[in-house]
Design a protein around this ligand. Structure first.
Ligand SMILES: NC(=O)c1ccc[n+]([C@@H]2O[C@H](COP(=O)([O-])OP(=O)(O)OC[C@H]3O[C@@H](n4cnc5c(N)ncnc54)[C@H](O)[C@@H]3O)[C@@H](O)[C@H]2O)c1
Length: 228
């Protein structure tokens, strides 16, 4: 099967989400970066008379997270102009947009219930057959996939980027036990061609991640898109 990855949606713009978004922008991918809309106004927003429905308020979390990432050292973007490849938005208004994305990466807070709520929303909008992965540090993959459709489970896996993703060569993946051989094939091809993991070293069950099924890869350099 040929699969081209040209558009990646990243859900969660915290420490990892914003940096993963930048990493994909660095390699020429169009990125949609979303986060929650705030439930309360800030003091500044109150002074300005804004409401929770104002677009600037709704995107406040993602805007400030991405801005902070752009100022961080070491730089997450290899060139400032790559920032234009990242579109910002919020889960409430912009989740339907993931329908046109090839790969959705969930990078929200490490909490099973919250991640599962996000997947419920993802399930409403993702196009069947597209990849859906989590940057979880240690929540078992089968628990996160519980309750999801057959197609979701077939295309679901863990893809653990280490911080900072643009610099660290180590990357972990954990195919879903229900789709191990197919998912393994997709992920291996993805890392090998998309992120150009030319000389990879794979280790299972490292000291850091004792959860079974994790593979660890060393990324060499980057390339534009994968054919899987
Ligand atoms: N920080 C690291 O070094 C690191 C490294 C590898 C993997 N991870 C994993 O990546 C994921 C994100 O970690 P992080 O360090 O970026 O966390 P973070 O706290 O910086 O970001 C968490 C994100 O979750 C969002 N969020 C909070 N409450 C939410 C809710 N109720 N619904 C939806 N989204 C919500 C936040 O707005 C934020 O964007 C976690 O699974 C973590 O284990 C983190």
């Amino acid at each position: 099967m040929n699969r081209s990855i040209r558009k990646v949606a990243v859900l969660g713009s915290g420490i990892m989400g914003s940096r993963i978004a930048c990493h994909f922008a660095n390699i020429g991918v169009e990125v949609l970066l979303l986060d929650i809309a705030p439930r309360e106004l800030s003091e500044d927003e109150k002074k300005k008379g804004l409401s929770l429905d104002h677009p600037a308020v709704k995107n406040r979390i993602v805007n400030s997270a991405f801005e902070a990432t752009l100022k961080a050292n070491p730089a997450s973007l290899f060139s400032k102009k790559f920032a234009s490849r990242v579109t910002l938005g919020n889960f409430t208004d912009d989740m339907p947009k993931i329908a046109t994305y090839d790969w959705t990466i969930e990078v929200v807070v490490e909490n099973l219930d919250i991640k599962k709520k996000v997947y419920e929303e993802v399930e409403k909008h993702r196009t069947p057959g597209t990849l859906i992965t989590s940057n979880t540090s240690g929540i078992p993959i089968h628990l996160m996939a519980e309750g999801r459709s057959e197609d979701f489970q077939k295309h679901f896996a863990g893809t653990h980027f280490f911080n900072p993703p643009a610099y660290l060569k180590l990357l972990g993946d954990n195919p879903n036990s229900k789709n191990r051989s197919r998912s393994n094939k997709i992920l291996n091809a993805l890392w090998r061609s998309f992120l150009r993991k030319d000389n990879c070293a794979m280790q299972r069950h490292t000291c850091f991640h004792r959860q079974s099924g994790w593979n660890f890869w060393f990324i060499e350099s980057n390339r534009l898109h994968a054919k899987i």
